[in-house]
Design a protein around this ligand. Structure first.
Ligand code: GLY
Ligand code: MN
Ligand code: MN
Length: 433
């Protein structure tokens, strides 16, 4: 792992929060992700499943976490099952967790090798009444691939059909959405690495630079700061490419007079950050670009203030819509007639701002959280309004990551990243261009 060791106290506390929500005599299982294949003998770099990581800190494939607070045998109350390492693995892959290292990482005293799982499973299933399984209930989940967790659940329900099965997902969504101090520090670190990437971009962008050259600068800065890399596939879209919301080709040349929309951010210790900034290729916004930029920035500033405890995210999005409507009228992109005859389910402003303004952020970029409940202090959200005008070859989005406070405005984890148009221009023009 490139990141510094995380205090195991965090994972001990996380498990305690999970256990509080369990029904009596319940056992819960959490699996690592598979290592996903490409073809032949190549694989995609391992990404740990965020739930087992959140509850144990174990960042290794083929691991199982078992939580059974009412187990008859105290050794069975918390258990890790890990792949036993050997000389061949040590030579080809390097260090894997020993039993002691797994304890140091997680605070879990009972660590077994995976080969013992079937035996222990029979013992705990004979005692437990309820079984909490970890299905993916993200509202935007999309996968045709069966995960290691899916396979595990299928076999468990086949072998033990008489148990009562319950869902871990709502518990995980609730506890993961309110961040601990240590998590906020890790997220701040991710944001600071992102900030370094943006600083480097400001010194680098000039007419005729290619979008992929910008991407290359950023990844260099991330990895040299102990990040594994991008928290999500980066978008570096100049001119009209900025209007393609999920543009990831990043293969065009940036022309003087265009604006580049850059939605990129670092991960750190599996925690995501999520940034968007827009800069003029030649170091100076045109009057029109500046007007659109400032409109987006005003919306961003105003809607950030709405992220206070008690806010309902659906009501928040309605409020943001009103702010955006006002700005689009000012920019003469829509008029009063458009609003009068608008479809209430797809208001006129959506023509230029068609995505959500905020999402939960944490171990996942589009993190888990309960969208139907009022928001709480300690939750982290993005704030990312945008205006996209394909006819003008211009798309502006501005995105920061903020922490909801007990009182007052949220804390901006990206408060040190330049965002005012004049500041961006000033920094871009500092060096001879
Ligand atoms: N970068 C993904 C998003 O902004 O939601
Ligand atoms: Mn983003
Ligand atoms: Mn985002």
């Amino acid at each position: 792992m490139k990141y510094h060791r995380i205090s195991r106290e965090l994972f001990v506390r996380n498990r305690a929060k999970f256990v509080k929500s369990l029904a009596p005599n319940s056992v819960a299982f959490f699996n690592s992700n598979d290592i996903y294949p490409v073809s032949a003998d190549s694989t995609v770099a391992f990404q740990q499943h965020r739930d087992i990581f959140y509850l144990s800190g174990v960042d290794q494939e083929e691991s199982i976490l078992v939580i059974y607070p009412d187990a008859f045998n105290p050794m069975h109350r918390e258990m890790l099952f890990l792949k036993e390492t050997n000389e061949t693995i040590a030579i080809w892959e390097g260090e894997k967790l020993t039993k002691d290292a797994a304890f140091q990482t997680s605070g879990i005293k009972t660590v077994f090798w995976l080969t013992q799982f079937e035996t222990v499973l029979k013992t705990v299933m004979a005692q437990a009444e309820n079984v909490y399984i970890n299905t993916n209930e993200h509202t935007r989940r999309y996968s045709e691939t069966q995960t290691r967790e899916d396979r595990f659940i299928q076999k468990l329900q086949h072998d033990f059909p008489a148990h009562t099965y319950k869902k871990s997902a709502p518990i995980m969504h609730r506890i993961r959405s309110v961040k601990e101090k240590e998590e906020l520090d890790l997220m701040q670190k991710a944001c600071d690495i992102t900030a370094a990437g943006f600083q480097r971009v400001l010194n680098f962008v000039k007419p005729n630079v290619w979008e992929y050259e910008i991407e290359a600068e950023i990844i260099h800065e991330f990895i040299r700061n102990r990040s594994k890399g991008f928290a999500y596939t980066p978008i570096i879209g100049s001119g009209k490419n900025a209007c393609v919301l999920h543009y990831i080709e990043n293969n065009q040349q940036c022309k003087s007079g265009d604006v580049i929309l850059m939605d990129f951010a670092a991960e750190y210790a599996n925690y995501a950050s999520d940034l968007t900034r827009c800069v003029p290729v030649n170091g100076k916004f045109t009057k029109r670009q500046r007007a659109v930029y400032d409109a987006v920035l005003r919306v961003k500033k105003a809607c950030t203030k709405l992220l206070v405890p008690g806010t309902l995210m659906n009501e928040y999005h309605v409020e943001v819509g009103k702010l955006m409507e006002k700005e689009l009228l000012g920019l003469k992109l829509i008029d009063k007639t458009d609003i009068k005859k608008q479809d209430p389910n797809w208001p006129a402003y959506k023509k230029y701002f068609m995505h959500g303004t905020s999402h939960f952020l944490g171990l996942d970029t589009h993190d888990v959280g309960l969208w139907t409940e009022p928001i709480k202090a300690g939750m982290v959200f993005t704030v990312e309004p945008g205006i996209y005008i394909p006819a003008e070859g211009l798309g502006i989005r501005l995105e920061d990551d903020v922490v909801v406070q007990k009182k007052g405005a949220p804390f901006n984890l990206m408060g040190n990243i330049p965002i005012e148009a004049e500041h961006i221009e000033e920094l871009m023009n500092k060096k001879s261009r």
